[in-house]
Design a protein around this ligand. Structure first.
Ligand code: NAD
Length: 259
């Protein structure tokens, strides 16, 4: 899959799935704008890519802020040209605070929603403005927790909303005649900092090894996911090989939702 025609923005690219995705897209020929609320980590990912002779820049961006979205699209246009790919990957789990019956639950709900769904809405809105004539592909990172319950209520609800926002955007682009595809990706448990932090708030496990064992039992394939497993799906959805896919949900979960 050749992505030489892609100018891609990847949010939350300083860590985990976003970092692996940025690297894989660049390795396939895309010019990649890596953004993260941690500017340092975004730059680190971009540096890794540039050291391999591929093209990337790293930018600080809080995805909940529309002014920072404008800046990211402007910088992208100046550096590489108009963006034609967006990966809405930045996300938070709300782990330990996303509790229905606790007083802090409402605050956690609003925070998780602001990052996991409001920001995806912002990114898609600006992407449509940029891409409605020249075209593009948007990938929104949801979760298996956007399909079945089992996480905190805010995380579940935000990821379910990402799934349907994606379909709504796909339908809207079709209606408006915009040559933009929009799909969601639904990872099972991927061993990243977001998952490792479960150990700090869990009542069931007290070490990373115990956490891994517990999660492993929920994945029939017999291993946890790696960030590269998800990056490969995103790469496919940004490539021309998936040109008949829009409004789809690509589940990459080692069988988590099959049982
Ligand atoms: N790891 C998993 O098991 C898993 C499973 C399903 C879905 N996901 C989703 O995949 C995405 C990436 O998760 P990950 O596991 O790589 O997590 P991670 O914590 O390793 O990386 C998330 C990145 O997002 C950044 N970020 C957080 N808030 C931000 C903000 N307001 N603006 C910009 N950047 C921000 C963080 O700084 C971090 O670099 C998330 O949307 C997550 O919900 C992860």
């Amino acid at each position: 899959m050749n992505l030489e025609h892609r100018i891609a923005i990847v949010t939350g690219g300083g860590s985990g799935i976003g970092a692996a995705t940025s690297e894989m897209l660049a390795a396939s020929g895309a010019k990649v704008v890596v953004t993260d609320i941690s500017e340092e980590s975004a730059r680190q990912t971009a540096d890794v890519i540039c050291q391999r002779g591929q093209e990337a820049i790293g930018l600080g961006q809080d995805v909940t802020r529309i002014d920072e979205w404008h800046q990211v699209f402007e910088t992208t246009a100046k550096k590489f040209g108009v963006a034609n790919a967006l990966v809405n990957n930045a996300g938070v789990s709300g782990a330990g605070k996303d509790r229905l019956e606790e007083p802090e639950g409402l605050e956690a709900w609003r925070f998780v929603m602001s990052v996991n769904i409001d920001a995806v809405h912002l990114g898609c809105r600006l992407a449509l403005e940029q891409m409605k004539v020249s075209g593009g592909s948007i990938v929104n990172i949801s979760s298996v927790m956007g399909i079945v319950g089992g996480a905190g209520p805010a995380y579940n609800a935000s990821k379910g909303a990402v799934r349907l926002l994606t379909k709504s955007i796909a339908a809207y682009c079709g209606k408006m005649g915009y040559p933009i595809r929009c799909n969601s990706v639904h990872p099972g448990y991927i061993w990243t900092p977001m998952v490792r932090q479960i150990v700090d708030v869990s009542d069931e496990v007290s070490t990373e090894e115990e956490l891994k064992e517990m999660l492993l039992l929920q994945h029939p394939i017999g291993r946890l996911g790696r960030p590269e497993d998800i990056a490969a799906g995103v790469k496919f959805l940004l490539s021309d090989e998936s040109s008949f896919m829009t409004g789809s949900e690509l589940v990459i979960d080692g069988g988590y939702t099959a049982v």
